[in-house]
Design a protein around this ligand. Structure first.
Ligand SMILES: NC(=O)c1ccc[n+]([C@@H]2O[C@H](COP(=O)([O-])OP(=O)(O)OC[C@H]3O[C@@H](n4cnc5c(N)ncnc54)[C@H](O)[C@@H]3O)[C@@H](O)[C@H]2O)c1
Length: 262
């Protein structure tokens, strides 16, 4: 198990289900964690539940001054910043119908704010002599999904931002990687399935080789690995945490050639 004693992580979007699983895991391994989110109710409840090693900072990541304040508050409370996880996202996406302001707002949350959060965290990471950044992309980064333009495009850009950041931050001893989850048990999936995880698993089975949804803890495990020294030679990489979604092609896992003889 990774030992994150004396390490501090900043997690944007940490109030969400996947974020909470990550924060819990980081804390269980000894880290202190600052959660930056606009969801005050969930964020405060999480900090209360996990105790003094979690600091919730109500922060809108699209506001540069709030990001700077949050990094300053984290360093003041915990003595530094070692890891930054850019997890917050917006699913706002009307595809073809989205106007300019919808595009800019989706890209602002999903992409530009990850770059700005990294800029804001950099001075504190430099003072620690290095660190690790983990960006959240998605299976949606690599395939087109009908009706959706903003979210997949922002996640595709995040993949490349990860490589750009890895290149320029390597001399600072900061590794930058991303995770691309498949369908994961989360607020949206809980809402859409009526909190029915068995039903969500059944629907997900068609698209994921492992025949089910991912669990928030399974995504958190890979993020912890990427932060840890065990990933000391890993940078500029994307890790699929998708139960085999991205290994499947259009033929899915059903025999296609025999259809010619039907
Ligand atoms: N849920 C899935 O199946 C799935 C699949 C692939 C990738 N992902 C990725 O995993 C991450 C978490 O996804 P989720 O489904 O848990 O998301 P979610 O919508 O449940 O949570 C997003 C979080 O971001 C926060 N947020 C939004 N705008 C913000 C802002 N301006 N400032 C600060 N915080 C803000 C929200 O308050 C929320 O807590 C995202 O990056 C998402 O793209 C999720």
């Amino acid at each position: 198990m990774h030992d994150f004693s004396n390490k501090t992580a900043v997690v944007t979007g940490g109030a969400t289900l996947i974020g909470q699983a990550l924060v819990e895991k980081l804390v269980a391994r000894g880290a202190r964690v600052a959660v930056l989110d606009v969801d005050r109710a969930q964020g405060e409840a999480l900090a209360e539940r996990l105790g003094e090693r979690v600091l919730f900072l109500a922060t809108d990541i699209t506001r540069d001054e709030q990001l700077l304040d949050a990094m300053e508050a984290t360093e003041a409370r915990f003595g530094g910043v070692d890891f930054l996880v850019n997890l917050a996202c917006s699913y706002q996406d009307d595809g073809l119908q989205a106007d300019r302001s919808a595009w800019l707002s989706a890209l602002d949350v999903n992409l530009v704010s990850a770059a700005m959060a990294t800029r804001a965290a950099l001075p504190a990471m430099r003072r620690r002599g290095g660190g690790a950044v983990v960006n959240f992309t998605s299976i949606s980064a690599r395939v087109a999904q009908t009706g959706r333009w903003l979210y997949p495009v922002s996640k595709a850009a995040m993949l490349h931002l990860t490589r750009c950041m890895a290149l320029d931050l390597a001399p600072e001893r900061i590794r930058v990687n991303s995770v691309s989850p498949g369908w994961t048990w989360s607020r949206v999936i809980a809402e859409l399935s009526g909190e029915d995880s068995a039903k969500a698993d059944r629907v997900a089975a068609d698209y994921h080789l492992l025949g089910r949804l991912g669990r928030p803890e399974e995504v958190a495990n890979v993020v912890c690995f990427l932060c840890s020294e065990e990933a000391g030679f890993v940078t500029g990489a994307d890790y699929a945490v998708d139960g085999g979604y991205s290994a499947m092609g259009p033929e899915q896992s059903r025999p296609a050639i025999p259809r010619l003889a039907e």
